[in-house]
Ligand binder design. Structure first.
Ligand code: ZN
Length: 492
């Protein structure tokens, strides 16, 4: 097997051959959610992108330690170190303990991720559980001279850092542009420069999330947690750091500065970023009314949605785009994905109906498998991989139609191809059949209703028979009467 995985490194702006720091092992860190609201598409995309990476690296035989943090403190409403803590604000509004808010939304996040078949990370550390490590890191940066205390808070000295190292290596932003920008922001007077960022913030009297520190009762800056927790669990240097593109600046730029200032080098070997999601061509935003959360997709309750979409439709749709391209959600595009996925699953089901009808065949499944590995090795090119799955589906359907001939070896390999790439690596669940018990009960209940309809027809009870048929049709079932009785399938 060719396991030459290339990944696009945001830092060098090039695709690079992946070589782990320690042979056979991979340290992967991904910025997780700030848990103060319902999980939405913006959570689904990085989770699914790095789930593919996690699955593929594991498949290649690496022992992966995947750390995805939970931000439960320090993420302020205004990213420039002012305003309330996002979680504390929500807690105040709903008259809850901040940790009640965190637990409530974290449970919902986990439920949504499970529905999307996103594997759990190896470690899911909370920022609030790592205050000691964060205070230690602030001390180290102060000792090295790249931070200063001001009014009980500690700020990173960006200008001083920039003189020795370059601040802006990841985002390509230039500090000079920023230093000349005078911007007055509330609560910024303590900073020497507008672009300095908080490592520790003194808590105002009404601020409820606070911890003692050498400088004040306060709380850590948002950027600090990822540097402190990745170091704790993955070491001073680790392989891959991922997240959404919106985190490149300031969050990841600040992480690099904190690592370099405290240890002399960047902690990360490869920086990976997924692109953003738009809805009907527009950026998602609460004020735009297009902020659809995952539960609304799953039950179809948002006014922009014409129908519900299963978690696997959402997952498949996201994977039909390369992770570095934008994805635009619309009903039309989602419906096309739903149909496409149904076609693949139907082809997979049809494999068991295939018969060996030849000793030799022009069909080369090994070639499809080889090309699919190539696609994943090329910076996780899932849309190309999916196009190979559609090719396999075409082979299956052509064989059923008697247009091409397959060998036993072909048939076994086709099944193995779907099992590995569609189910294991792309992480698609066969929603109609997985968890067989519930699907079987569901199918039996529909059969029972249709038996009752047959009986009603025999009794010339047209009202009942029509009612059953119409209501099932309205729910998306397609019912066909046959010589033997009936057939049904569920369309969406
Ligand atoms: Zn982070």
């Amino acid at each position: 097997m060719n396991n030459k995985l290339y990944i696009y490194n945001t830092l060098t702006r090039e695709k690079e051959l992946f070589e782990p720091i320690v042979p056979g092992r991979v340290g992967l860190y991904v910025c997780g959610p700030t848990v103060y609201g319902d999980p939405h598409l913006g959570h689904a995309r990085p989770a699914i992108t790095f789930d593919i990476l996690f699955r593929y690296l594991s498949h290649l035989g690496y022992k992966v330690r995947y750390v995805r943090n939970i931000t439960d403190v320090g993420h302020l409403v205004n990213d420039a170190d002012s305003g309330e803590d996002k979680i504390a604000k929500k807690a105040k509004l709903e008259n809850l303990e901040p940790m009640e808010v965190v637990q409530f939304y974290l449970n919902r996040y986990h439920k949504a991720m499970e529905a999307l078949n996103v594997l759990s990370p190896s470690i899911e550390p909370h920022a609030s559980g790592h205050i000691i490590e964060q205070i230690q890191l602030v001390k180290e940066i102060l000792d090295k001279g790249y931070a200063y205390e001001s009014g009980g808070s500690v700020y990173f000295d960006v200008e001083k850092y920039d003189k020795e190292y370059h601040y802006g290596v990841l985002s390509g932003r230039n500090i000079d542009d920023r230093l000349n920008t005078t911007r007055e922001l509330e609560g910024q007077e303590e900073k020497h420069n507008w672009c300095d960022f908080a490592l520790w913030k003194k808590a105002s009297p009404e601020h409820i999330m606070r911890w003692p520190s050498p400088w004040s009762d306060g709380f850590p800056g948002w950027h600090l947690e990822c540097t402190a927790m990745s170091k704790k669990y993955l070491g001073e240097q680790f392989d891959i750091h991922g997240g959404g593109m919106d985190l490149i600046f300031p969050h990841h730029e600040c992480e690099i500065a904190q690592s370099v200032a405290s240890t002399g080098h960047d902690a990360v070997r490869y920086w990976m970023h997924n692109n953003m999601i738009t809805v009907n061509g527009q950026k998602m935003g609460k004020s735009l009314g297009n902020f659809i959360n995952l539960e609304q997709f799953f039950n179809g309750t948002h006014e922009l949605l014409t129908q519900p979409y299963t978690p696997m439709t959402i997952r498949f749709f996201i994977l039909q785009a390369h992770y570095r391209s934008t994805v635009d959600f619309s009903n039309e595009a989602l419906q096309a994905s739903e149909k496409g996925l149904a076609r693949l699953l139907e082809a997979y089901d049809n494999i068991k109906r295939l018969n060996e009808d030849s000793n030799e065949s022009s069909v080369d499944v090994d070639d499809l498998i080889g090309k699919s590995f190539e696609a994943l090795n090329d910076d996780l090119n899932t849309p190309i991989l999916i196009s190979h799955l559609f090719e396999a589906a075409k082979i299956i359907n052509s064989s059923l139609a008697g247009q091409i001939h397959l060998t036993t070896d072909n048939i076994q390999k086709l099944k193995g191809f779907f099992d590995l790439f569609l189910f294991d690596l792309l992480g698609i669940k066969n929603e109609r059949r997985d968890g067989n018990a519930s699907y079987d009960s569901f199918a039996k209940a529909i059969d029972m209703l249709l038996d009752m309809r047959m009986q009603a027809k025999i009794n010339k009870d047209w009202a009942t028979s029509d009612k059953i048929r119409n209501e099932l049709t309205a729910l998306g079932f397609e019912i066909k009467d046959t010589k033997e009785g009936f057939e049904w399938k569920l369309n969406h």
